[in-house]
Design a binder for this molecule. Sequence first.
Ligand SMILES: Cc1cc2nc3c(=O)[nH]c(=O)nc-3n(C[C@H](O)[C@H](O)[C@H](O)COP(=O)(O)OP(=O)(O)OC[C@H]3O[C@@H](n4cnc5c(N)ncnc54)[C@H](O)[C@@H]3O)c2cc1C
Length: 267
Amino acid sequence: MRIVVLVKYVPDINAERKLADCRVVRDPAEGTLNELDENALEAALRIVEALPDDEREAAEVVALTVAPAEGDIALRKSFQMGVDRGVRVSDAAIAGSDYFGTTAALAAAVRRLEAEGPVDLVVTGMAALDGLGSVVPALLAAELGRPALTFAKQVSVADGSLEISRVTDEATETLTAPLPAVLSVADTANTPRFPNFKLIMAARTKQIEAWSAADIGLDPATTGEAAARTETTVAAPRPEKPEVELVQDKGEGGKALAEYLIRNELV
Ligand SMILES: Cc1cc2nc3c(=O)[nH]c(=O)nc-3n(C[C@H](O)[C@H](O)[C@H](O)COP(=O)(O)OP(=O)(O)OC[C@H]3O[C@@H](n4cnc5c(N)ncnc54)[C@H](O)[C@@H]3O)c2cc1C
């Protein structure tokens, strides 16, 4: 069993976000592993841990990121959780890519990994906390010609097939697909493990494989700003929150509240 987990390097959501030329300013000191990708890592590691002994020994979990060099932070965190390999794809030709360009780079990297041996499963988080598109898993599945099972709450793999359950507003669905497949994991699927001391120490020195666009046979015409099918025309910081207005209830609180709602056009 070979599993590739997509891990994205994102600005820390707790840090102050800055914009320049309609792009998020990515301060290397403030970037981190997309928190939702920890659920993807946990799901992949659990799939491997559930395998019979001999298959588990032969299994490989590869963390893959498309990011500048700072993206290694996401890969080191993935090593700490227990993945075997870390691959980063970086290239000036990829900068400014939209969803399609990013997916083209990820797909090319998966194909390069497939050239070494079959990749049974690509596992992703349910969204990147910066882009919040939730589109990469489905786009990637289409690009690779694989089934996509998305927003999984429960995951199991048996006899060459993937089964998930997911919860919608109306129902709990159970879906199956043959491997190889693309799986996206909901944040409710599991509780990501805390890295143990041994893995933290080992993660410091583990080799990260850095691949360029040429290394993965990526057609430069499919990525980068020039290939983007969407353009961000305006990006403005969110306005400051207005000061809180305390409405004192001195017997006429209801009236004061109604007046406040009408004055602020909230009804
Ligand atoms: C016009 C335009 C220009 C852009 N320019 C830039 C830019 O210059 N620099 C920049 O960083 N972003 C840029 N972006 C944003 C970038 O295209 C998206 O962040 C990217 O396509 C992924 O989409 P998402 O963040 O919505 O991921 P989602 O679809 O929400 O991600 C779902 C899952 O896919 C996986 N995933 C997504 N992206 C990656 C990745 N890069 N590596 C590994 N796994 C991943 C993760 O597992 C994640 O949980 C641009 C977007 C547009 C529209």
